[in-house]
Design a protein around this ligand. Structure first.
Ligand code: ANZ
Length: 930
C-alpha cells in the first residue's frame, strides 16, 4: 500500500485513546520525567498552526524520554476562566460555561488530530468546581498565613496570634502593612474581636486593603500591571486609569528575595530571568530622615546615600500625605494646580518621561540630617507615590532628573566629586574621583563613603540601611463574573473565610453578566446568594492567574485519587516533585511565571510541596508569524478604488492600494482567481492585469490573525498532508526558540520524505517487504549516524536540525536500496517521537505488538560503525576548546578547514574575524588562531 496517512493516523489515534497508551502511573521503577506545556485558554477561534509549535516540541521530547526509559508525565488541560467567554456572554447572553465547553471540545479535537501523547485522564480545567475548590483552598491557606522574617517563611496565622497574646508585638519581624500598631500582650488581649481581626489583616498573606489599581472602565475591571501596555488594556486596547479601591492583594513582596535567589538555581533563558530580576527590582540603599518642625520628618529612600551632601532640595510625590501639611498659604494655589495636572497622567507615563520635569514648591523646608542646613521641599510627578517612601532627596549633581529639575527651577547644584568639573555632565563618583564638599566623607571613595554615611546616620538616629523592591503586592480581585469566587463573607465590615466544608464556593447564576446598577460586580446580581443565608459574600472574583499558579500539581493526581489528600495526593507530589521541562511563550515572563513561583514557595513553606522552584528547565518557543498575501487594487485619479487589480510585478505602473487576501486561496504566491471572486463577491466582475497569465500576490510577514486573513489552520494541513508531516514541518521551520513566519511552500519536501521512508519497507507494488539479511557496513553507518545525531539534537532541544538529518539518512538508505529489518526497525524507533503515526504502523508491520513502540528502547549508538573514517576533533579558538566535531579522516586539510570554518555554532567564537592561522593535527586537534 502507498503511504495512506489519513487511515494510518486515524487508526492510531483511536488505538491510543482506547488503550490509554499514554496513561502514566504515579510510581515506577523508572526515573520520573515531567514535561509540561503552558495550557491554553480555549478561545473561540480554535488553534492556528502557531499554537501547537511548543506542544509538538514537548511531545517529541516526552516520547523521546519514554524511549530512553523514563516514566513520563505529559498532561494537558485548559485555563478556562477568562475574559473572551465573558465578553461573548455579555453580547449574547450565553453562559460562559457553555461557550467554554464548546471551545474546549473543538480544541480537543484539534489536539487529537496532531497525535500528541498526552495522558488525558489527568486533564484539568480551571473553571471546573472540582478544580477551583482547591484554588479557593490555597487562597484560604494564604489568608491563614503570615510571613515570619525570623524563619524566612510563611507560617500559620495562629502562631502569630499566640505571639501577640504572649508578648504583644515586640520583637516581631514580619512582612506586613506599614501602619501596624505596637502593643503589649496585655493591650492585645484587651482588644475587641473586630479590633484584633483588623490588626491581623495587616499581616495575612492575602488581605483586603485600599489600593491604587489599574481600572479599565470599558472592561469594567481591574487589570494587573502586566495587562496594561502604555496606558491601555492589552486586551482590546481600552484606556486604563488609576483608581483607589478596596482590593484583595497577595503579599508576593514577602517572597521578593527568595524569588530573586531562586533564579540562580533554575535553567531558564537568561533574558527571561533578567526580566524577572528587573520586575522584582531589588535596590540596596538607605532610608534617611530630614526633620521638619516638631516631631515630623520626611523619610526618603536612596540608593546613593553617599551623595547626601549634594542634596539641595527634597521632592515628594504629589500624592504624598505630607504635602497638605507642608504647603504654606502662599503656595496653596500653585500646589493645587499642579496636583490637578498630574492626576491625568498614569504611573507609566510618569516613569517613561525622563526629558521634561515639572513641579511646585510647598513653601516649607526640612533639615539636612548631618549639615543641619535648610532644604526646600518640592513636589513633582517624577517621584512615584508607591515606590520607596514616595519622597526623594534630590542630588542634581548625581541624578539626571534632579539636575533637570534644579536647572529648570534655579535650585543650587553642588559638585560632590573631584572628577566633576563640568556640572552639566553627571560624574559618577562610584566610578571615579573622591568626594569633595561632603563634610565627613571628603577625600573618600564610594564604598567607604557609603559605609561611613550609614554609620553616621545610624548614630544620629537619622537613617539606616534598607533594601527596597520595585515589586508590589499583587492585586487579587476582578469585578467580573467568569472567575473563581473568593471564599470570603463579611461580618461588621470585616472579611472572614467560609468553612472548609463549604468548598467549593460555586459561581452563582446571574441574569446578566454586567455590573449591577449600583456599580457592584456581576456577582451582586445573584439572588439569594448569601453565606448561611444571611452574610454577604465577597463579590469580586479571582484574577486570571489564580488557576494557573498551581495547576501542574493537579496533574500529578491520577484520575482515581484526585481528591485523596487535597489538591494532589502526597505520594504523587513526593514522586513527581517538580516539572523537569516547561515549554511556553515568553509573554508570561512577569505574570504567570512569577506568580507560580510565588505560590510554589508558599506551598513549600507549609510542607505541601517539596521543591522550592516549580519549573527546573524552561524553554520559550518562538512565535509563528503569519505570512500575509496581498492583491493590488488600482486607484483612479480621484483616489477611489476601481474594479481593477494588477499583479504584483506590474504594480509600479499604477497607483494601488494593497488588500489582504486569504492565504488559503494563494499557492506559491499565485492567486486562484475563481476562489478570490467567492472570497470577495463585490469583486466578482473585477478585471485582473496578469503577468505571464497569472496573478501574483505580494507577501509580508505579520502577526497571525483573523483580520489579516493569514491564519493557517492545522486542520487543513493535516487533511492535506497528515499530522506527521505537520509535526515535522513545524520543527523544520527553524530553531524552536526563534520566531519565524509560516510558509507552507516547503511542506511538500517533508511529505515526500515520509513517503520515501515508507517506501524503504515496501516494494515497487507497495507490498510490505523487509529483508532479514545482515545489513552492510554502509547501512549500519547511516543508521548509527542518525541514532547519535537525533539523540544529541533532542538533548539540546534542536529539533529542526534532526529533520534534515532524517532526510539525509533516508536518502542514503534509499541509494543503498536498504530494506533490512535491523536497520528499519531501529530507524522507526528513532523517528517515532517526530512522526508517531507512520512509525507505529511500520512497527506493527515489522511484527511488534501494537502500541509497544512508545516504550521501546532507544537504540544504542555504537561508535564502531563510524570509527574507521571519522574522528571527533576538539576545536579550539585561541587555545580554548569550544566544541567537538566529527570529521572524516579521509579529507585533506583544506577540506577539513572548510568544514570547521563553516560550522554555525563556531561562528560566535570567531567573532566575525578571519583566522590568522589554523593548526591541524590529524587524529588529534584543530586550533584556530584569530
Ligand atoms: C539620591 C540619589 C542620588 C539617587 C543620585 C540616585 C542618584 P532604584 O534603583 O530604582 O531603587 N527614588 C527613590 N524613591 C523614588 C520614588 N518614589 N520615585 C522616583 N524616584 C525615587 O532607585 C532609587 C533611587 O531613585 C533613589 O536614590 C532616589 O534617588 C530615587 F546620584 O537618591 B536617589
Amino acid at each position: 500500500m502507498d503511504y495512506q496517512f489519513r487511515d494510518i493516523e486515524k487508526k492510531w489515534q483511536k488505538f491510543w485513546a482506547e488503550n490509554q497508551t499514554f496513561k502514566v502511573e504515579n510510581s515506577s521503577e523508572k526515573p520520573k520525567y515531567y514535561v509540561l506545556d503552558m495550557f491554553p485558554y480555549p478561545s473561540g477561534a480554535g488553534l492556528h498552526v502557531g499554537h501547537p509549535l511548543g506542544y509538538i516540541a514537548s511531545d517529541i521530547f516526552s516520547r523521546y524520554k519514554r524511549l530512553k526509559g523514563f516514566n513520563v508525565l505529559h498532561p494537558m488541560g485548559y485555563d478556562s476562566f477568562g475574559l473572551p467567554a465573558e465578553q461573548y456572554a455579555i453580547q449574547t447572553g450565553q453562559h460562559p460555561a457553555i461557550t467554554t465547553e464548546t471551545n474546549i471540545n473543538r480544541y480537543r479535537e484539534q489536539l487529537d488530530n496532531l497525535g500528541f501523547s498526552f495522558d488525558w485522564s489527568r486533564e484539568v480545567r480551571t473553571s471546573d468546581p472540582g478544580y477551583y475548590k482547591w484554588t479557593q483552598w490555597i487562597f484560604m491557606l494564604l489568608f491563614n498565613s503570615w510571613y515570619n522574617l525570623e524563619s524566612d517563611k510563611a507560617e500559620n496565622i495562629e502562631e502569630l496570634i499566640k505571639k501577640f497574646e504572649k508578648s504583644g508585638s515586640s520583637g516581631l519581624r514580619a512582612v506586613c502593612d506599614d501602619d501596624v500598631e505596637s502593643f503589649s500582650a496585655q493591650e492585645w488581649n484587651s482588644k475587641s474581636d473586630s479590633e484584633k481581626q483588623k490588626e491581623i489583616l495587616k499581616y495575612r498573606l492575602t488581605y483586603l486593603r485600599e489600593s491604587t489599581v489599574n481600572w479599565c472602565p470599558a472592561l469594567g475591571t481591574v487589570l494587573a500591571n502586566d495587562e496594561v501596555k502604555d496606558g491601555y488594556s492589552e486586551r482590546g486596547g481600552h484606556p486604563v486609569e488609576q483608581k483607589k479601591m478596596m482590593q484583595w492583594s497577595m503579599r508576593i513582596t514577602a517572597y521578593a528575595d527568595r524569588l530573586i535567589q531562586g533564579l540562580d538555581h533554575i535553567d531558564w533563558p537568561d533574558p527571561l530571568k533578567e526580566m524577572q530580576r528587573n520586575w522584582i527590582g531589588k535596590s540596596v540603599g538607605a532610608l534617611v530622615r530630614f526633620e521638619l518642625v516638631g516631631d515630623a520628618y520626611i523619610e526618603v529612600f536612596t540608593t546613593r546615600v553617599d551623595t547626601l551632601y549634594g542634596t539641595t532640595f527634597l521632592v515628594l510625590a504629589p500624592e504624598n500625605e505630607l504635602v497638605e501639611g507642608l504647603t504654606t498659604e502662599s503656595q496653596k494655589q500653585e500646589i493645587q494646580n499642579y496636583i490637578a495636572q498630574t492626576k491625568k497622567k498614569s504611573e507609566l507615563d510618569r516613569m517613561a518621561d525622563t526629558k521634561t520635569v515639572s513641579g511646585a514648591f510647598t513653601g516649607s523646608y526640612a533639615k539636612h540630617p548631618i549639615s543641619g542646613e535648610a532644604i526646600p521641599v518640592w513636589i513633582a510627578d517624577y517621584v512615584l507615590a508607591g515606590y520607596g517612601t514616595g519622597a526623594v532627596m534630590a542630588v542634581p549633581s548625581g541624578d539626571q532628573r534632579d539636575w533637570l529639575f534644579a536647572t529648570k527651577f534655579g535650585l543650587p547644584i553642588i559638585a560632590i566629586s573631584d572628577a566633576q568639573v563640568d556640572l552639566d555632565v553627571q560624574a559618577d563618583p562610584t566610578k571615579e574621583g573622591v568626594y569633595i564638599n561632603s563634610g565627613i566623607v571628603n577625600g573618600l571613595k564610594y564604598k567607604e563613603a557609603t559605609a561611613k554615611m550609614i554609620a553616621k546616620l545610624e548614630e544620629l538616629g537619622a537613617g539606616k540601611a534598607k533594601v527596597n523592591f520595585r515589586l508590589r503586592d499583587a492585586i487579587f480581585g476582578r469585578q467580573r463574573y467568569w472567575g473563581e469566587p473568593v471564599p470570603v463573607y463579611f461580618k461588621d465590615g470585616l472579611p472572614y473565610l467560609i468553612a472548609q466544608e463549604d468548598l467549593p464556593l460555586v459561581l452563582p447564576e446571574v441574569d446578566k453578566y454586567l455590573p449591577t446598577e449600583s456599580g457592584e460586580p456581576p456577582l451582586g446580581r445573584a439572588e439569594n446568594w448569601k453565606y448561611k443565608g444571611e452574610l454577604e459574600y465577597e463579590l469580586s472574583t479571582m484574577p486570571g492567574w489564580a488557576g494557573s499558579s498551581w495547576y501542574w500539581y493537579r496533574y500529578m493526581a491520577s484520575q482515581e485519587d484526585r481528591n485523596k489528600d487535597g489538591f494532589a495526593p502526597k505520594d504523587a507530589i513526593s514522586y513527581w516533585k517538580d516539572v523537569d521541562l516547561y515549554i511556553g511563550g515568553s509573554e508570561h515572563a512577569t505574570g504567570h511565571l512569577l506568580y507560580s513561583r510565588f505560590w510554589n514557595k508558599f506551598l513549600k513553606d507549609w510542607g505541601y510541596v517539596v521543591e522550592e522552584e516549580p519549573f527546573k528547565k524552561l524553554i520559550n518557543q518562538g512565535m509563528i508569524q503569519g505570512r500575509s498575501n496581498f492583491v493590488y487594487r488600482i486607484i483612479d485619479g480621484d483616489g477611489r478604488g476601481t474594479n481593477k487589480f494588477v499583479s504584483y510585478g506590474l504594480k509600479s505602473d499604477y497607483t494601488t492600494s494593497a488588500l489582504h487576501v486569504d492565504v488559503n486561496i494563494v499557492q506559491n504566491e499565485i492567486l486562484d482567481l475563481e476562489k478570490f471572486k467567492d472570497f470577495r463577491p463585490e469583486f466578482a466582475n473585477a478585471e485582473f492585469i496578469l503577468e505571464n497569465g497569472k496573478y501574483i500576490c505580494g507577501v509580508e510577514v505579520e502577526k497571525m490573525s483573523k483580520s489579516k486573513f493569514n491564519v493557517v489552520s492545522p486542520d487543513d494541513i493535516v487533511e492535506r498532508y497528515g499530522a506527521d508531516t505537520l509535526r515535522m514541518y513545524e520543527m523544520f521551520l527553524g530553531p524552536l526558540e526563534q520566531s519565524k513566519p509560516w510558509n507552507t511552500n516547503g511542506i511538500e519536501g517533508v511529505f515526500k520524505f515520509l513517503r520515501k521512508f515508507w517506501k524503504l519497507a515496501h516494494d515497487d507494488d507497495f507490498n510490505f517487504n523487509v529483508s532479514d539479511d545482515e545489513p552492510s557496513k554502509a547501512e549500519y553507518k547511516a543508521l548509527h549516524k542518525i541514532i547519535r545525531k537525533v539523540e544529541e539534537d533532542i538533548e539540546r532541544f534542536s529539533f529542526n536540525t534532526s529533520v534534515s538529518s532524517f532526510m539525509i539518512c533516508v536518502n542514503e538508505l534509499t541509494d543503498l536500496k536498504c530494506n533490512k529489518r535491523k536497520i528499519i526497525q531501529d530507524l522507526v524507533i528513532v523517528l517515532a517521537p517526530y512522526a508517531p503515526h507512520i512509525t507505529e504502523e511500520l512497527w506493527t508491520l515489522l511484527g511488534n505488538a501494537p502500541g509497544t513502540l512508545s516504550v521501546a528502547n532507544y537504540p544504542v549508538f555504537n561508535p564502531e560503525y563510524l570509527v574507521e573514517n571519522e574522528f571527533s576533533y576538539p576545536i579550539s579558538v585561541n587555545g580554548k576548546t569550544r566544541m567537538n566535531l566529527n570529521i572524516s579522516l579521509s579529507l585533506s586539510q583544506a577540506e577539513v578547514e572548510e568544514i570547521v570554518l563553516s560550522n554555525e555554532d563556531l561562528q560566535k567564537y570567531l567573532e566575525g574575524k578571519n583566522p590568522k592561522k589554523i593548526i591541524f593535527v590529524k587524529n588529534k586537534i584543530i586550533n584556530i588562531v584569530i
